[in-house]
Unconditional design. Structure first.
Length: 187
């Protein structure tokens, strides 16, 4: 089912790219393989117990980033992208301390947020999205986006996605590239 969602998303993006031969800031697509020509800056997580271990809001600024909070980190894309797969799950701190989307069935997905995302200013584990507000660990969310395997490079412009920290992924990790978020009703 996951491969069907990835293929459907890739087909939609490919068809959209065929309709417009101009380059745009949106991602033209994702594939599961391909070398990256550029590296994005990485914000290293602060040392536990240090004064710098307090999280502070860090807006994304046109560069793919890894934002580091207290006890977690998360990946942010450098430009908007238009993927249409439906996503739903609970936000969690996953493998390697990276934010993940836990689906009711299936694997956990490493999360890549859209640009403009900031860390919550009060030290809570979560993020603030300009269009949806605060989303915290443990909260059930729904939204739209696309799924990809690692590396996040094939077909995407260099620098669109930050490099995935090795401790946040293994050979079977699937990434949820989120484009929009809403709240799910619990029940």
């Amino acid at each position: 089912m996951l491969r069907i969602a990835v293929l459907a998303t890739a087909l939609l993006v490919t068809l959209a790219g065929c309709a417009n031969d101009q380059h745009s800031p949106s991602a033209p697509g994702l594939a599961s393989t391909g070398p990256s020509g550029a590296e994005a800056p990485i914000t290293a997580p602060p040392a536990p117990g240090s004064d710098s271990a307090r999280s502070s809001p860090v807006p994304t600024s046109g560069e793919a980033q890894i934002l580091a909070g207290v006890g977690f980190r998360t990946l942010v894309a450098s430009a908007p992208h238009d993927f249409l797969a439906m996503m739903r799950g609970r936000l969690a701190v996953g493998r390697g301390g990276c934010l993940a989307l836990q689906a009711e069935e299936g694997p956990d997905y490493l999360v890549v947020w859209p640009p403009g995302v900031t860390l919550l200013p009060d030290g809570r584990a979560g993020v603030h999205l300009p269009e949806a507000g605060s989303v915290t660990v443990g909260e059930q969310i729904s939204g739209a986006g696309g799924f990809s395997e690692i590396p996040l490079t094939g077909g995407a412009p260099p620098g669109l996605f930050p490099p995935v920290p090795p401790e946040c992924a293994d050979g079977s990790t699937v990434v949820a590239v989120i484009t929009s978020v809403g709240r799910s009703r619990v029940g």
